[in-house]
Design a protein around this ligand. Structure first.
Ligand SMILES: [Zn+2]
Ligand SMILES: [Zn+2]
Length: 271
């Protein structure tokens, strides 16, 4: 049984309304031993959008300290963050992670060429294949420019926003993008980084987590061992979403452990 959720948001993220306390209480109800909050910090998130994905970091850390103490006897609360990687904000990210002691850092890509693919404009001037390919290329560029994170967030979540449901459900495959996906995995392995299994893919009805099975298989084949598991919950009821499916998928692939991080150090837990 997976007893740690390592990708959880609270209302310190502009796309989440739930308080830390609501998330924590749900975690306790679900029998979690460890809950790691990973609220958004995206430097230079395009200001034209309604969300900002920045936060008051001191307030966030203060609230986390309070929660950690208050719930100490019931659940372990850890201090994480989900950094939005763009090559031109490397210095700001470095300053942040050097200043504050995070248990765990997810390096995610949310914006490519100053556009968030959640919005249709990303897809207007290119085909779906081009949009997905450009996304993966930008991820690789991002991970080459900045390594101050522990795992790469939701590798293929771009397919969620592809306009055609065909791409979402059928046509998207590791094989089609294998060159660039291999480059990403090799970049991550070169720097000793893990990947996360983000179960929100199940929630979005894609039938697989992010990344999908073939990428998890390929990461293992290339020697990858560090896998964290997170629901990316923005609402209490989505905490630990389909973690039982994630566990059986990982075991089928041949993984025997998943990883949690404390004070930046990996700890292997049996699946
Ligand atoms: Zn994300
Ligand atoms: Zn997230």
């Amino acid at each position: 049984m997976i007893t740690a959720d390592f990708h959880v948001h609270s209302n310190f993220s502009s796309d989440c309304k739930a308080s830390m306390e609501e998330m924590i209480n749900q975690g306790i109800r679900q029998g979690l031993k460890t809950l790691c909050f990973t609220d958004h910090m995206d430097f230079d998130y395009p200001s034209i959008y309604s969300y900002s994905f920045g936060m008051e970091i001191e307030d966030y850390l203060k609230e986390l300290r309070l929660m950690k103490e208050k719930y100490e006897s019931q659940i372990e609360i850890l201090t994480g963050i989900e950094l939005g990687i763009q090559p031109h904000v490397t210095n700001q990210m470095e300053t942040l992670i050097n200043k504050y002691p995070f248990d765990f850092i997810i390096g995610s890509v949310h914006v490519v060429d100053k556009v968030d693919p959640y919005y249709p404009e990303y897809w207007e001037k290119r085909s779906e294949e081009e949009g997905i390919l450009r996304w993966f290329e930008a991820m690789n560029e991002g991970y080459k420019s900045f390594q101050g994170f522990h795992v790469c967030g939701h590798i293929d979540y771009i397919v969620r926003y592809a306009p055609s449901s065909k791409v979402k459900y059928n046509e998207y495959s590791y094989a089609f993008y294998s060159d660039v996906l291999d480059e990403i995995l090799k970049t991550l392995l070169k720097y000793g980084k893990g990947i996360e299994v983000n179960s929100s893919g199940f929630k979005y009805g894609l039938g697989h987590p992010h990344p999908k099975t073939e990428i998890l298989e390929r990461y293992k084949e290339l020697g990858g061992e560090i896998i964290t598991i997170g629901s990316d919950a923005h609402q209490p009821e989505h905490l630990c979403y389909d973690f039982d499916l994630v566990a059986s998928l990982l075991k089928e692939i041949g993984y025997r452990y998943y990883t949690i991080f404390k004070e930046g150090k990996p700890i292997m837990e049996r699946l």
